[in-house]
Ligand binder design. Sequence first.
Ligand SMILES: [Zn+2]
Length: 337
Amino acid sequence: MKLNLFTHLIREVPKLTNNQKHLLQHRLNDEINRGGTSLQIDKCKGDDIQCPHCDCDQVQRYGSASGLQRYKCKACSKTFNALTKTPLARLRKRSLWEKNLECMFDALPLWRVAERLNVAVSTAFRWRHRFLAGPTHDKTSEVAGIVECDETFFLESFKGNQTINDRPARKRGGIGNKKLKGDQVPVLIVRDRNGGLTDFVLDAPNNKEIHGALEPIITDQSILCTDGSQVYKSFAKGHGIKHYRNITSQGTRVIKRVYHIQNVNNYMSRLKTWMARFHGVGTAYLHQYLGWMRALEHAPACSDFTLEMLFNSAFKHEYVPINNKKSADDVDLEMPF
Ligand SMILES: [Zn+2]
């Protein structure tokens, strides 16, 4: 803004009514927060800029748009910014992102988030969906050393789905039928002693599923620690890796002082406690919740998932909206939370 216009603007401020001053203050705060978040996005992105359209690193600065540095690719001539093709592309109201993140990690239900941020519930849902797109895919790709594995189960839920075809609707808070196959969704949790953590939502806790999940991530030098389940015994045998089975019914909890599954079991216990606050999680969204919990686990302090972590996670994952729509309205399922 030109200096004379700005001076004029400042001179006019005393003429505003109290209500107008409050509105202006609110607007300025929004702009300041938005500017701060935009600066942080560019700062996190750093100088290692590649064109998201063709991966060329011959790019030049090309002004700014929506508060973000804009770049132009010398190879394909397309313009882009730090968020182009990331899960956070084209999301509006950047000034509220930090507060949204706080609400998410306080695990507030969507209607409370919408109320607190003064946005539509559909916006709160879209943000959550996009904010979790990065963490959902942030998984350890290889575990090593002492590797602890165990399964946990979540009640199958069609929360968020429009139709239930397979069984009559369960009353709220139902415990499900543990004997009924398919009523419980098995999740395999794997963690090593160096912070490596990953999980797999399985169709069934059988050899095919568990061996298929473990094969790509376990190195030959790993030492497997599990419960007494045969499924792990056959995997370790087939892959020639050391295996310690902690059979609690026989009183075996720790072997040689270090071989146990207490870390993975403690994590599963934290996961279950944290999940309970959502009063049933739609099975279609289980991956997202597991990613959310892994993000919390890796945050410097619990519930301290920062914008910086969000941005760095988003930069790693290309995101294409459903049907490649230009609008941010890429929601394919009903709101589950
Ligand atoms: Zn390009």
